[in-house]
Ligand binder design. Structure first.
Ligand SMILES: [Zn+2]
Ligand SMILES: [Zn+2]
Length: 284
């Protein structure tokens, strides 16, 4: 029987996954195990984006800071050892920079410490509160939730204007534990204007907005970002990137068939890749 060589291209049309973690942080597998999985999943460009180390004031109830601090150098070396090794799979060195507006020096140093191909900006904290950890934190009523949404999108705009990052991670992760309240808020006058300010800043900075399948695996059960924000991003002309936010070998390219249909339904046909900070636009 005859199988076309590029058969996998017909199954997975998105062949770039720029958001992946390793056991240098709280994820399960090594760099080499993740590379092998990327190959099995038919990817052609595979970007690692390990979490940046975090200052002491920013802690989760279950913390892996010391392990990450001790392992980050090895993570960089391991990823670099895979670069240029296989012409069929381009491996990229990135980092997911935790966004701490009160710690500009810390963030500058983190970004400058290694020869990253790109940096993904991920907001997981508002002040020193890691908002993506505990669903109980979000049971304080709609007013509380709405205040956090406003703070989040203001922070996202600042992140985009910082010049420190290339990609905005999971752009509406703030909906994680309160997705219905979030949708209600988005429908209120003024909310989408605030989101539009952040998206415009992302576009004007030459950055990409990540479309992430992580939301499908989380309590919100929805792609990041949701359809209202996708529609707005397409209207504003914000370029996109794709990420699985894989934390184990089962997850690279997770849900990419859905992500492809989703992105296309808003008119997208290209996504961004960054190598040595150089931006490239590729069809999917
Ligand atoms: Zn993240
Ligand atoms: Zn991540």
């Amino acid at each position: 029987m005859y199988f076309p060589v590029n058969l996998y291209l017909r199954i997975v049309m998105i062949v770039v996954d720029l958001h992946n973690h390793t056991n240098a942080s709280h994820a399960r597998n090594s760099v080499s195990e993740m590379v092998a999985s990327a190959r099995e999943h038919g990817l052609r460009i595979y970007g690692f984006s390990e979490h940046s180390p975090r200052p002491l004031a920013y802690s989760y109830p279950k913390e892996y800071r010391d392990h990450l601090q001790a392992s980050f150098g090895n993570y960089v070396e391991d990823v670099l050892s895979f670069k240029q090794r296989d012409p069929e799979l381009r491996v990229l060195l990135g980092m997911e920079l935790d966004w701490f507006p009160a710690e500009p020096d810390f963030m500058q140093r983190a970004v400058a410490a290694h020869p990253f191909d790109y940096v993904i900006g991920g907001i997981h904290f508002l002040g020193t509160w890691g908002f993506d950890f505990s669903p109980e934190d979000w049971q304080r009523g709609p007013d509380f939730c709405e205040e956090q949404y406003v703070a989040y999108f203001r922070t996202l705009k600042d992140l985009a204007r910082s010049g420190l990052v290339n990609i905005a991670a999971h752009p509406d992760i703030i909906k994680l534990f309160s997705v219905e309240t979030f949708k209600g808020w988005l429908a209120c006058p003024g909310s989408l204007d605030l989101v539009a300010e952040a998206l415009t800043a992302i576009r004007d900075a030459g950055m990409g907005m990540e479309i992430s399948s992580a939301g499908l695996r989380k309590p919100c059960r929805e792609i990041y970002p949701g359809p209202e924000i996708m529609r707005l991003a397409a209207e504003i002309g914000v370029p996109i990137t794709f990420g699985s936010d894989a934390h184990d070998i089962d997850t690279p390219a997770y849900g990419f068939d859905l992500l492809e249909k989703y992105a296309r339904s808003f008119g997208y046909t290209h996504s961004l890749v960054f190598e040595h900070g150089e931006r490239q636009e590729l069809p999917f």
